[in-house]
Design a protein around this ligand. Structure first.
Ligand code: UDX
Length: 429
């Protein structure tokens, strides 16, 4: 099938490459000409394992191309995906002005039947607005359908996730649109769940908010563990063996970050309030997530007393491992708070360093994880990269002025750490 994707951000680029790999003829469109040029030269604007290879392979097979105008997208694709950004406004509501602008542009170039798919994460009832906007700005009698098809890819494993989906949610109204979407996802037909548009939109917000809730829940339990002397990793293991609960997303730590959970929970709270429901439960999820960071900083303070002029090594800047994304990363907030308290911060991240540099001033970025440790009074672990887990403890001890570690990701065993002579604190243990 011929597919167009508007917006080559994270979701759009991965989706375009995946559609091509599934055998479709994909055209990815972005109005950022520099980005399109970069993609045409085979360079990736983001780090995502396997993406560069996937793009290269499908460009060579001529199943994946790039362009800069919505007109080209509309001429090419029988199915046209809207994958533009929906950044958060100060109120917590997502800014839907790009979705609106693209919808009007789509209307202008609508000359034959097209299925217009909202893939960007949007609040419930956005599909209705997209439909209304296209109808209003298109020539009378233009034929189209609006479909909702939310994305559930995780950064760092997006390509692998795309070829092994738990489910593909399709929100559609007409049989024609449903059939076209099912053909598009023919290889995963048994994974397709067809629902109405509003329910599809809600599935996305409800799913991400539920996962965020699970994280805040285990972080709250971690606090009870610290107060009572229990071990949150043992509690989580025992809970997760119940198939109704499941073991995933029960890792206590610094709270959730990234470009999705914080924004989606905010947006869900916002749309719920607008519809007349106070989603107090989710507001508590947000609060627990915020407090989790403060508790981590307090542990550092308890170890160092005054932070001014103390040398603190920070391992990890990305919001999670295997990505260079630092958006809403707990690590960035921790570095900023330590810097503001007068500490001398040296940070290192295997992939997120360059992105961190653009949002974080007043700290030193180390060329490697060892450099950050030289003469440090404390090591704060903020992202659970594998190379940190496998670090040589003798070397850590030798480089640091004082072998004190505050681990926000529970990467090491507290008993072993104590045996090796480290002052070691983690989360909920
Ligand atoms: C998430 C959803 O998983 C995905 O389905 C959706 O499409 C986009 O948002 P992503 O933001 O890439 O994906 O990361 P994810 O792996 O879900 O982690 C989100 C945050 O939660 C990270 O900051 C991570 O460190 C944190 N987390 C996750 C925990 O603190 N504990 C856990 O047990 C799991």
């Amino acid at each position: 099938m011929k597919v167009s994707v508007i917006g080559t951000g994270y979701v759009g680029l991965v989706s375009g490459a995946v559609f091509a790999e599934l055998g479709h003829d994909a055209l990815c469109v972005d109005n950022d000409e520099r980005k399109v040029k970069m993609l045409e030269q085979g360079h990736m604007p983001i780090y995502e394992p396997g993406l560069e290879e996937l793009v290269a392979k499908n460009r060579a097979a001529k199943r994946l191309r790039f362009a800069t105008t919505i007109q080209e997208a509309m001429e090419h694709g029988d199915v046209v995906f809207i994958c533009v950004g929906t950044p958060p406004l100060p109120s917590g509501a997502p800014d839907l002005s790009y979705v609106d602008a693209v919808s009007r542009d789509i209307a202008k170039h609508l000359t034959k039947y097209r299925v217009i798919v909202e893939k960007s994460t949007v609040p419930v009832q956005t599909g209705e607005k997209v439909k209304l906007t296209i109808s209003k700005y298109a020539k009378a009698g233009s034929e189209f359908d609006v479909v909702s098809n939310p994305e559930f890819l995780r950064e760092g494993s997006a390509v692998a996730d795309a070829f092994n989906p738990d489910r593909i949610v399709i929100g559609a109204e007409t049989q024609r649109a449903k059939d076209m979407m099912l053909n598009l996802y023919d290889k995963f037909r048994d994974k397709c769940v067809v629902v109405d548009i509003k329910s599809s939109e809600l599935i996305k917000h409800a799913s991400n908010s539920f996962l965020a809730l699970k994280i805040s829940f285990i972080n709250a339990v971690a606090n009870i563990c610290e107060l009572s002397g229990a071990d949150v990793t043992q509690v989580a293991r025992g809970m997760g063996l119940d198939q109704r609960i499941g073991p995933q997303f029960l890792y206590a730590g610094l709270g959730y970050g990234g470009s999705c959970f914080p924004k989606d929970v905010d947006a869900f709270v916002d749309i719920s309030a607008k519809l007349g429901y106070d989603f107090h439960l989710l507001r508590e999820v947000q609060r627990i997530n915020h407090v989790q960071l403060e508790k981590f900083l307090k542990k550092i303070e308890q170890e160092l007393w005054m932070l001014r002029d103390k040398k603190i090594a920070v391992w990890g800047l990305a919001f999670k491992p295997n990505t260079d994304d630092v958006r809403e990363s707990p690590a960035i907030k921790i570095c900023a708070a330590l810097r503001d308290a007068g500490a001398k911060v040296r940070a290192f991240d295997p992939k997120g360093q360059e992105n961190a540099k653009s949002v974080l001033a007043g700290i030193e970025f180390s060329p490697d994880m060892w450099h950050a440790l030289e003469g440090a009074d404390l090591l704060a672990i903020c992202t659970e990269w594998d190379e940190f887990r496998k670090a040589d403890f003798a070397r850590i001890k030798k480089l640091m002025a004082h072998p004190t570690i505050v681990d926000g990701r529970n990467i090491w065993d507290p008993v072993e750490m104590k045996k090796m002579g480290f002052a070691y604190r983690s989360v909920g243990r």
